[in-house]
Design a protein. Structure first.
Length: 123
C-alpha cells in the first residue's frame, strides 16, 4: 500500500495528476484505511507503467539526440581525415615527380661526365 503522494513522487508526477487519473478510472486502485486513501500494489504498477513510458520516451529522445550529435562529429572528423589523406597523396605525387626529375638530371650528368673526362684526358 502506498500513499498517493508516495506514488506521485515515485513516478514523477504531481499528486493532482494521480488523483485526476484515479478519478478517471473510477478509483479502481484505492483502498481507504482510517480515512486515508492508499493505492494498492496493482495501482502502483499501473501508474508506473502509465507515467514511466513518457519518461522513457524522453530519455530515448535524449539518447538519440546525443548519438546523432556524436555521428555528426564523427562525420566531420572523417571528412577532415579524408581531406588530410588527399593532401598527403597529392604531396606524395609531387615528391615522386621531383624525385623523377632529380633522377633524370643525375642520369644526364652521369652521361655527360664520361664525355667530359674523355675530352680532358683525350682517351
Amino acid at each position: 500500500m502506498y500513499k498517493v503522494s508516495e506514488v506521485a513522487k515515485l513516478v514523477g508526477v504531481s499528486t493532482a495528476a494521480i488523483y485526476k487519473e484515479l478519478k478517471r478510472i473510477d478509483n479502481k486502485f484505492i483502498t481507504v484505511d482510517n480515512g486515508k486513501k492508499f493505492i494498492t500494489e496493482e495501482g502502483f504498477r499501473y501508474f508506473q507503467e502509465r507515467y514511466k513510458s513518457k519518461e522513457s520516451v524522453r530519455v530515448d529522445d535524449d539518447i538519440v539526440r546525443s548519438l546523432l550529435a556524436q555521428m555528426e562529429e564523427k562525420d566531420r572528423q572523417i571528412a577532415e581525415r579524408d581531406k588530410q589523406i588527399n593532401q598527403l597523396i597529392e604531396q606524395s605525387k609531387n615528391y615522386q615527380i621531383l624525385l623523377k626529375t632529380e633522377q633524370d638530371k643525375m642520369v644526364i650528368v652521369a652521361q655527360e661526365k664520361p664525355k667530359l673526362l674523355s675530352r680532358l684526358f683525350h682517351r
